[in-house]
Ligand binder design. Structure first.
Ligand code: GNR
Ligand code: NI
Length: 172
């Protein structure tokens, strides 16, 4: 197991469309475990492979309460096969947009199809934070960040602040 470096926006590696995996083999399982370790260390509830520089359709999620036992989920090639007409707004954050938060409106309930950590096809219905997190992570696989759901004004304010704070940390 290893912790990986999380890429911060703006970065072209966060804008790519990730490739489906052929199957969940030992390599993909290793990636999933490293991603879970990285996500837990960063106190996140989800992480997508492009955030650690890997252009594969792999996500991990753990929306369990920090005081309860962990409930890690490993999903490869996740696809939303149904979404509710009801939409709901809630505040989102992203480990690739540190310290920025905004309200995002998304379908309230979804059904997702995926391969689990044992390469087994699964389907699960989700609502609440889990549904929101699955949609947020699948967005990452298609090069979409939560700021892409906001007005260009709000998006550009956040991206400019991140770009500016990075230049101060590492003068080019
Ligand atoms: O840790 C995270 N919290 C979160 C809160 C609301 C909606 C989505 C998320 S996912 C985010 C971690 C992350 O950036 N995943 O890509
Ligand atoms: Ni994110």
């Amino acid at each position: 197991m290893a912790t990986l470096t999380i890429i911060v926006a703006p970065d072209p590696r966060l804008k790519i469309t990730a490739e489906a995996v052929a199957s969940v083999d030992d390599d993909v399982r290793g990636l999933m475990d490293d991603m879970l370790e990285t996500m837990h260390a960063a106190n996140g509830v989800g992480l997508a492979a492009p955030q650690v520089g890997v252009a594969k359709r792999v996500i991990v999620i753990d929306v369990s309460n920090p005081d309860d036992p962990p409930q890690p989920m490993r999903l490869a090639n996740p696809e939303i096969v149904w979404e509710s007409e009801e939409m709901v707004g809630a505040e989102e954050g992203c480990l690739s947009l540190p310290e920025h938060y905004a309200d995002v409106t998304r379908p309230e309930r979804i059904r997702v199809r995926y391969l689990d950590g044992d390469n087994q096809p699964c389907e699960q219905e989700a609502d609440g934070l889990l549904a929101r997190c699955i949609q947020h992570e699948i967005d990452h696989l298609d090069g979409t960040l939560f700021v892409d759901h906001l007005s260009s004004l709000k998006r550009n304010i956040i991206l400019r602040k991140l770009s500016k704070s990075r230049k101060q940390l590492a003068p080019a």
